[in-house]
Design a protein around this ligand. Structure first.
Ligand code: GLA
Length: 728
């Protein structure tokens, strides 16, 4: 009894002396995050929403909307519901009981930080939790450092990055899911009580399967420009798990490295840093969250986010593996004549003992095939110089084929079971290198290093990856560490990429994994762009790219005009339609220009010139998605606006055509209603026959609230439109 009275007195004292929970606020222009924490006590999420001032914080409790959920719920005590972490101490104990020992508000290179240090009440286990707001953006983030101060190892059974409370209401979730040649599919669903789990096990191809990005609405069915929306994306390169955990009065998002069969042993004095979860909140619908992520990506999340991307020709769908000096030279001459700026030689250029003529051999043997390219890379670089374009090259450095010199010399570098037959992938012979092994890391680094040291003229690398871990065992890792393979592979590849970027700051590198198999903010600090999909069919790309734009900016989204009929879907589409789609991302071409008719070349030349004009608006402007292809309406449309909305580009496509079909006016939500715009057709099929909107001047008010009538402009099956609006 006496003890109870004493405790009560002590808690009163704490309240009055101010040691009780204090509110810590991180704010961007439009959003605030409030964490309440006290030394020797707990830390709780209090608020994440529209920007509030310090004086308003009291009202959070007053309005009874504070979440008051622990910032990092631990397993073992009061263990109801999902937890962010499960540890096992050397004595077998599975519980963690963390108390705050320090709270610091500080800054780093690019943002303001709140750092809360916790310690277990019994075990020598320390955690630092970080909350960050990135300067000049509306993006926040959080992650933790887990430190074992014990003499014995501790097992991390689950080690998520975050457990964020969200407001329970009429919630819907949006995420991406897909497969090879059908990536980026957008899936939206009501959040019923229970769990929505985005558990990704695609290992080295995590852009397939479910995405590491999610949006959650608070006002019902997701809308583009209205309603409150939360968005999050995990900056991790490997398997991830996102759990949206919904109950009557509570909703939380847990996100982190996938904990299935991934126990990680934290040796004495080791620190494990979890990947960062980035987060944004908007009252302007999904579009508001997308724009926040895009702006953040250009400043912080994407390599060379501040540089415009070149227009390129890639050789793959044009000649596949039939590369040789004269053909490469011809393709360079053609892309140069069309106004392109870069040529990329894809697969097929390497292999000495085993020439790369099919996908059955040669990965790992990164030496020029002298039969195909007698003048070597020097000859290609000379051609590029002659035609006034930059030169780029394809590699797949994390891989080997069983038919290769690399495999013959270093079979131990391959991921494999000692006592099972080797499962082989693409071509029946592809295998994956063991990136947990530092020697293999050195080797993979040396592939790029050799190419770029010998040929500093190489301006672009397409870094491909066409297999997942098929043989889940490393000859390098000890028996008790095999369950760390997935995580250590990712640490290995990140180390290599960091080494490359430390040494080669300027080279442009494309992220490819059989198309969009690796699209994730975990990779993008090292890469300039991603190959959105091996599916280059413009009609299907509208769906794939629509999904990707929810989280990723147009500048990162490589989008190529390819031949018709399309090689993946066999669909025939007009060249104009194909250009109008590719121009919404980083424009490129991927066909044999030699096979184009003169009028097609003439059109391509004009369209490339038009793209150059609007490139800064598409690549660096704000995206407004207007009509979704997923709505299955007759048209789909999107627009980009520059910062002051004085220059706008609108793209629209006829998806379905029936005679006299009703087309709703297209409301241009992203224009400035106080401006007047002159409309210019960017891609008329015949130069002197622009569409019927060309040359008209229309006020922003009309464009925004009455819209554009497109019945006569998109009046044919597969017709499309790319127009620029220039403020007068
Ligand atoms: C993957 C890529 C393609 C192409 C081929 C080459 O499939 O996604 O773009 O580079 O490999 O083999």
């Amino acid at each position: 009894m006496r003890k109870k009275v004493l405790l009560f007195a002590l808690s009163l004292l704490l309240t009055f002396t101010g040691v009780a929970a204090e509110n810590y606020v991180l704010s961007s222009n439009n959003t605030s995050l409030v964490i309440s924490a006290n030394k020797d006590g707990n830390a709780n999420y209090k608020y994440f929403g529209p920007r509030i001032e310090k004086s308003e914080i009291g009202g959070i409790d007053g309005a009874r909307i504070g979440t008051n959920q622990a910032t990092y719920p631990t397993f073992g005590l009061h263990s109801l519901s999902e937890k962010a972490i499960v540890t096992q101490m050397a004595d077998g104990n599975l519980s963690l009981d963390l108390t705050v020992t320090d709270i610091q508000q500080t800054t780093d290179d690019n943002g303001q930080l709140l750092v809360i240090t916790f310690k277990d009440k019994v075990y020598p286990f320390v955690m630092k939790q970080y909350f960050k707001v990135y300067n000049g953006t509306d993006v926040f983030s959080t992650w933790v450092d887990l430190e074992n101060q014990d003499k014995k190892a501790i097992s991390l059974l689950r080690y998520y990055s975050a457990c964020v409370p969200l407001q329970r209401g009429n919630n819907y979730s949006s995420h991406l899911e897909g497969y090879w040649a059908n990536e980026g599919g957008l899936y939206e669903q009501p959040v019923n009580n229970g769990q929505i789990v985005l558990s990704n096990k695609e290992q080295t191809c995590i852009g397939r399967g479910v995405s590491s990005s999610i949006m959650v609405t608070f006002d019902g069915v997701p809308q583009e420009s209205t309603g409150r929306v939360f968005g999050a994306s995990l900056r991790w390169t490997g398997n991830h798990k996102l759990i949206l955990n919904a109950r009557d009065n509570a909703l939380t998002l847990l996100a982190g490295i996938n904990d299935d069969a991934a126990t990680y042993t934290l040796e004495s004095k080791d620190v494990f840093t979890t990947p960062e979860l980035i987060m944004a909140y908007s009252t302007e619908g999904k579009g508001g969250v997308s724009r926040a992520f895009h702006r953040w990506a250009l400043k912080y999340g994407l390599m060379h986010g501040d540089k415009l991307r070149d227009i390129l020709l890639n050789s793959w769908e044009g000649v596949y593996m039939n590369v040789n000096q004269p053909v490469m030279d011809q393709m360079m001459a053609d892309i140069s004549a069309l106004g392109g700026e870069l040529f990329v030689m894809d697969d097929g250029w390497f292999g000495d003992k085993y020439p790369r003529d099919t996908d059955k051999s040669s990965l790992g043997d990164w030496v020029v095939n002298k039969k195909k390219l007698p003048e070597g890379i020097e000859g290609l670089v000379a051609s590029a110089k002659k035609h006034g374009v930059k030169f780029g090259i394809w590699i797949e450095p994390e891989m080997s084929n069983t038919k290769s010199e690399l495999f013959e010399n270093h079979p131990e570098w391959i991921l494999q079971h000692k006592n099972r037959p080797l499962t082989q992938g693409r071509g029946g012979t592809q295998v994956v290198l063991d990136l947990t092994n530092p020697k293999v890391q050195d080797y993979v680094f040396s592939i790029t290093d050799n190419l770029l040291t010998k040929h500093p003229e190489i301006a672009y690398i397409k870094w491909d990856n066409n297999a997942e871990i098929m043989n889940y065992n490393s000859l390098y890792l000890p028996a008790n560490r095999q369950q760390e393979l997935n995580v250590r592979y990712q640490m290995g590849i990140q180390k290599v990429l960091k080494r490359i970027r430390d040494k080669y700051k300027d080279v442009v590198i494309q992220l490819c994994a059989g198309g969009g198999g690796r699209v994730s903010y975990g990779f993008l600090p090292y890469f300039d762009e991603f190959w959105t999909s091996d599916n280059t069919d413009a009609m299907q790309r509208l769906f794939i790219q629509w999904g990707d734009t929810h989280f990723f900016p147009a500048k990162a989204m490589a989008s190529h005009v390819s031949a018709s009929p399309n090689h993946q879907t066999h669909r025939t589409l007009p060249l104009k339609f194909r250009f109008d789609v590719a121009m919404t991302g980083r424009l490129g071409m991927e066909l044999q220009p030699k096979d184009m008719k003169p009028e097609e070349k003439e059109f391509s030349k004009r369209s490339i010139a038009a793209y150059k004009e609007i490139r800064p608006i598409v690549q660096e402007g704000d995206l407004y998605r207007l009509v979704s292809p997923y709505e299955r309406k007759p048209i789909t449309a999107l627009m980009y606006a520059n910062a002051d909305k004085s220059k706008i580009v609108v793209f629209a496509y006829r998806m379905e055509y029936l005679h006299s079909q009703k087309i709703e006016p297209l409301l241009l939500t992203g224009v400035d209603e106080n401006k007047k715009y002159l409309i210019k057709d960017l891609t008329p099929w015949e130069a002197d026959k622009p569409n019927n909107l060309n040359g008209k001047t229309v006020s922003g008010k009309i464009l925004k609230y009455m819209g554009l009538g497109l019945g006569q402009t998109l009046n044919r099956p597969e017709s499309s439109m790319a127009i620029e609006l220039i403020a007068q």
